[in-house]
Write a protein that binds this ligand. Structure first.
Ligand code: CP3
Length: 344
């Protein structure tokens, strides 16, 4: 099947489909026993990311089990910092750790953009395997972290509640902060271009910490970097849509959509669907925003919430998804129920 005929790409081109195409953030993940088995075989999460055969296998697992309309490359947004020379490791049960960047001297130790492909080559191989092995109707989504979100991890060396270390560098040493943002933005463009050349048909930019950007700098550090990436990709691959995810940016999402030029906007769990349908959907395709907690509990609340989303977004282009990643304690049977209700 040609890319443009796949259901995900049809809504990204502006069509309204009922039922809408569906996929889930973190659909390859620890809630699935087959994921846990392959991850154990790989040894660690990072080993799994860098083993193309196994990374392709876990990407395919939720497609085999549920027949989602789209599959998302299995990798992580923190591979780009690692390719730029940051140390990266994962602490079991806690999350990522990186070497920190708090000064011009730390920044100077990072590597130039041209060298990232040495580290990231296995990811492009995973994409090539997936384009060969996915069912003909399943769209393949590539992804990267948005520059601000990636910068927050590179600066603090871990996830934080309020991204205070990143904001401190932004205000205290704006020159180093801007250079870091530029470097990440350039690396992200080159990374996504290679993913597209390997077979990604759509790409998504995860700005998971967009909500921690203060209002006066939101445009500068969330919207304009997204626009730079959208514009650069459009020069090289004009037919590949970009999905933005400015998580927890509230009402700022509206200007983000208008200015960045993204083809679709993923909305987080906090967003009121009725507001998004009224204000955002006339401007762009909307994706989201089922509460992942409903996949832990299931039951009538899950069914009602799925039907509500389907109805609320029925009058425009819409991609069914969660408002954030599915959690390890989700019940795989509730995922099937969610899809059955959506497609009934
Ligand atoms: O969505 C998918 O299925 C594709 C793969 C994917 C992963 N991470 C796999 C992963 C994607 C798109 C990401 C994006 C990502 N990674 C983000 C942005 C989206 C979001 O969730 O806000 C962020 C902030 C990261 C950084 C990261 N990676 C953190 C903070 C953690 C630890 C938290 C956790 O859930 O354990 C990871 C680990 C990670 N990335 C896992 C997976 C499946 C769990 C690792 C494991 O198997 O132990």
């Amino acid at each position: 099947m040609k890319s443009e005929d796949k259901r995900l790409l049809r809504v990204l081109a502006g069509e309204t489909l009922d039922p809408p195409p569906a996929w889930m953030m973190r659909q390859a993940g620890r809630y699935l026993p087959e994921y846990r088995a392959t991850r154990a075989e790989a040894g660690s999460f990072l080993d799994l990311c860098y083993r193309p055969d196994l990374a392709a296998e876990v990407t395919l697992q939720p497609i085999r089990r549920y027949g989602f309309d789209a599959s998302i490359l299995f990798a992580d947004i923190l591979l780009v910092p690692q390719a730029l020379g940051a140390d990266l490791w994962f602490v079991e049960g806690e999350g990522p750790r990186l070497s920190t960047i708090t000064s011009a001297a730390d920044f100077a130790k990072l590597k130039p953009v041209e060298t990232i492909h040495e580290t990231l080559a296995p990811i492009y191989e995973t994409v090539r395997i997936l384009r060969r092995e996915l069912p003909a109707e399943t769209a393949l989504i590539g992804f990267a972290g948005a520059p601000w979100t990636v910068a927050t991890y590179m600066i603090a060396g871990q996830g934080t509640k309020d991204q205070a270390p990143a904001r401190k560098l932004m205000y205290g040493d704006p020159e180093t902060f801007d250079k870091l943002m530029d470097l990440i933005t350039e690396a992200t463009c080159e990374y996504l271009i290679r993913q597209i050349e390997a077979g990604a048909e759509v790409v998504k930019l995860f700005d998971s910490w967009a909500g921690a950007l203060p209002g006066p700098v939101f445009e500068k550090y969330a919207t304009l970097p997204a626009k730079r990436i959208v514009d650069r990709l459009a020069q090289v691959h004009p037919n590949v849509p970009v999905i933005g995810f400015p998580r927890q940016a509230g009402e700022k999402v509206e200007r983000f959509i208008e200015t960045s030029g993204i083809a679709a906007c993923a909305i987080d769990t906090n967003v009121d669907p009725a507001w998004a349908a009224r204000v955002l959907q006339p401007k762009t395709c909307v994706q989201g925003n089922l509460d992942p907690a409903l996949l832990i509990t299931g039951g009538p609340m899950l069914e009602r919430s799925v039907m509500n989303l389907r109805e609320t977004f029925a009058n425009g282009p819409y991609i069914f998804n969660l408002g954030h990643g599915i959690t390890p304690d989700a019940n795989p049977e509730h995922v099937q129920t969610m899809l059955d209700v959506l497609r009934r």
